[in-house]
Design a protein around this ligand. Structure first.
Ligand SMILES: [Zn+2]
Length: 222
């Protein structure tokens, strides 16, 4: 039986200048527009762009104003994970922007409130998972079956709640490679300091030494 080819799955956050106050430590995940466009050029000119899956977390307005047109100009697509309480707030996607995004791209849930799902009780956790799914589905008019963990954090209880809420796939930031058929898809975060060479390594499934150590330490702690 043929198995799906492995992919490098990359997580972007904000691009350009934030239009809202950032959370503590968040600025390290924002990159410049120029750098982002260079990264996309690398993907678009790769021998097999389909082996790279680009994703975007946090519902930033740059998803629509920068990422979507730049992806479309290069014939690329992406998956966008939305924090539903941020919709229509300054610096975040508006409802019409989300609907336009959804017409061409995959949309998934990143929760209602951007909370660490491990720290919620069962009722709060189900509320985040089911509530955000319902808001997104009524907004975009189709089923939402993918989610990404806020801050990349999860445990076995979170995983079973995600499944119970009706999500088929959920995205971590554990690094390494994944297959499109995995239930937990491992992504690697792009950060402010990610260089063009780092990005090429990510696309080709090579981890830098520091990323590899960080991933293994995280796995040991879990
Ligand atoms: Zn997030």
């Amino acid at each position: 039986m043929a198995t799906a080819a492995s992919q490098s799955v990359i997580a972007f956050h904000g691009i350009g200048h934030p239009g809202r106050e950032l959370e503590p430590g968040e600025s390290r995940y924002w990159i410049t527009r120029e750098r982002f466009l260079r990264f996309l050029d690398l993907v678009a000119t790769a021998p097999d762009p389909g082996r790279v899956h680009l994703t975007f977390d946090d519902c930033n307005e740059s998803d629509f104003t920068i990422a979507m047109p730049a992806l479309q100009a290069r014939g690329l697509a992406g998956s966008f994970f939305i924090i539903t309480s941020r919709l229509d707030r300054p610096g975040s996607l508006s409802t019409p922007q989300l609907q336009a995004l959804a017409s061409a791209m995959e949309v998934g849930s990143h929760g209602i409130n951007h909370l660490d799902w491990r720290r919620l009780d069962a009722q709060q956790l189900d509320g985040e998972l089911v509530g955000s799914k319902q808001v997104l589905e009524s907004c975009i008019g189709r089923a939402v079956t993918a989610a990404s963990f806020p801050f990349g954090r999860y445990d076995p209880r979170v995983l079973s709640a995600v499944r119970r809420a009706g999500y088929a796939r959920v995205y971590s930031t554990d690094g390494g490679r994944s297959r499109p058929t995995d239930n937990v898809v491992h992504r690697t975060n792009v950060r402010a300091e990610t260089s063009l060479q780092n990005f090429v390594d990510l696309m080709q499934g090579r981890e830098t030494w520091s990323l590899c150590v960080a991933r293994k330490l995280k796995a040991v702690r879990r």
